[in-house]
Write a protein that binds this ligand. Structure first.
Ligand code: PHE
Length: 495
């Protein structure tokens, strides 16, 4: 084998690229053995040769073809079986199992003849010597010399002594480390080599200064999580504290009723909200709160006349995947209104997942993160809400803000927040906000004189803007390549 490997290398040195199949006739070795030698070269020293797979149609001997290669063609066997004085045809036909084919071929080749003069046919030689061309042809094919004309190959195929097969082979060419001998190249010069002086006789692998370094293993936060920590940092700097949002399932009561969302409101439809089937209903509610919310919906509070419909507990009991985190804000307001020592002003925020039964498209998923803020204090106004936004967005590097009146069941006035995106050169909506209505606050126990300003933003939208993504499915979901996180920028310089 050693020898074959070096013969292959020498061949490449002298003749350049070669297909392993073409080496078969050169070395008179079989293809498998040559491929084995190639594998052995590759595993001994890297990059000595390059190999690329190739396929080729070749002709091979069938079992019968191999028999002919070893024993001669059937027609030759017939010729040999005919003695000088001739032989009765019936006798000749017994000479071999292939006699029938052999006979007709030998006849048509003009090697033998039939003499009927004595009655029963006698077969005699017609020529004194023959050349067994079929066997010679098969010999050529077997040794990899494929010079037979197509019609001859086709005929042999019909005679079932040749078949056409597809063979996989390798095209060999010189590799970066090409050499005709297979001594492993040293990669390091060691103290021992210097001390013993053997370095003089060793062959060293040349340095490859163009090699790329191995990228360092690294982990990173998902862009959403990075932007979340930025938002969180800003809230914390502004003196906000974080609300506990660790419940994706919320009762309709906290998600809607406590927010003065009427029970017939379209948002409470299956089309917009995911209802939970197990457990379908919630049971634990503060009783006095239930009564107060019912009254607020039915007949109002604090001068309001309410919605004037019959409020049903069963509707409020239905569990949903929360459609916003504003239910959490409501629960927190209820808590601080009922805490020992009574109500104290607060600034709260949260950033967590919410769920909506949306038609999915480039900017909508059925779940997203809501950034929620609430400020509750005596005598604060819409001006405070705008001032808070200015401070908040300034910290994000966004200075141009506009507000547009809108409607929420739980806020009055309500404003959509728009910011100017210099990259996109247009105004985009980033959130929704307002001053909570007395119909919502009084039942929760928030004292008269206390105003609550609140807002909700999505985390995804600013993240997509910051990372230049225009399809939300490039940010989250099954189509996101993990590389997006691994190869994302370590930091962004956009402020
Ligand atoms: N809950 C609102 C939304 O989902 C956001 C909001 C929160 C609006 C608080 C006003 C007050 O869009």
């Amino acid at each position: 084998m050693q020898e074959l490997t070096e013969r292959i290398l020498q061949f490449i040195e002298q003749h350049g690229d070669v297909d392993t199949l073409d080496l078969v006739p050169v070395f008179g070795e079989d293809h498998q053995k040559i491929v084995g030698a190639v594998k052995s070269i590759e595993s001994t020293v890297a990059d000595v040769i390059n190999t690329t797979q190739a396929t080729r149609k070749t002709w091979e001997l069938t079992e019968e073809g191999k028999y002919i290669l070893a024993n001669g063609s059937h027609e030759a066997a017939i010729y040999e079986a005919v003695p000088e004085q001739g032989i009765a045809q019936a006798e000749l036909m017994k000479s071999s199992p292939n006699a029938k084919v052999g006979f007709s071929k030998a006849m048509s080749n003009g090697w033998i003849m039939m003499d009927k003069s004595g009655g029963a046919p006698v077969i005699k030689r017609k020529v004194t010597e023959i050349k067994d061309l079929v066997r010679d042809h098969l010999k050529a094919v077997a040794s990899g010399r494929d010079e037979l004309p197509d019609n001859v190959k086709a005929e042999y195929k019909k005679r079932k002594i040749l078949t056409e097969t597809v063979i996989k082979s390798f095209v060999l060419s010189k590799g970066l480390q090409f050499s005709t001998s297979l001594t492993k190249l040293e990669t390091d010069l060691t103290v021992e080599m210097l001390a013993s002086g053997i370095w003089k006789d060793l062959k060293f692998k040349p340095y490859n200064f163009d090699a790329l370094g191995v990228p360092p293993e690294r982990g990173q936060l998902h862009p959403l999580m990075k932007v979340r920590s930025e938002f969180r940092q800003i809230f914390l700097e502004m003196g906000f504290s974080e609300m506990p949002t660790n419940n994706f399932v919320e009762s309709s009561f906290w998600n809607f009723d406590a927010l003065y969302v009427p029970q017939q409101h379209p948002a409470r439809d299956q089309q917009d909200t995911f209802f939970v089937s197990n457990p379908q209903l919630s049971h634990k509610f503060p009783l006095s709160l239930l009564d107060a919310v019912k009254e607020s919906h039915e007949s109002g509070t604090d001068g309001s006349i309410g919605y004037r419909y019959k409020w049903k507990l069963e509707e409020a009991q239905k569990n949903v995947l929360r459609t916003h985190t504003t239910g959490v804000s409501a629960r927190m307001l209820y808590k601080i209104a009922h805490q020992a020592g009574g109500f104290k002003p607060v600034k709260y925020f949260s950033i967590d997942k919410v769920f909506r039964n949306e038609t999915l498209d480039a900017t909508h998923l059925a779940e997203f993160h809501q950034v929620e803020g609430v400020v509750a204090d005596y005598g604060i106004t819409l001006g405070d809400l705008i001032g808070t936004f200015n401070a908040f967005f300034n910290k994000l590097g966004i200075t141009e803000l506009e507000y547009k009146p809108t409607f929420n069941p739980y806020t009055e006035p309500s404003m959509e927040i728009f910011c100017f995106h210099p990259g996109l050169e247009r105004w985009i909506e980033v959130g929704n906000s307002g001053v909570f209505r007395p119909e919502m606050l009084r039942p929760l126990g928030v004292p008269v004189g206390v105003n609550v300003i609140a807002w909700g933003l999505s985390l995804e939208r600013p993240t997509m803007i910051k990372y230049g993504l225009n399809n939300i499915r490039d940010l989250i979901g099954p189509k996101v390549d993990l590389k997006m996180v691994q190869e994302g920028p370590i930091c962004r310089m956009n402020r």
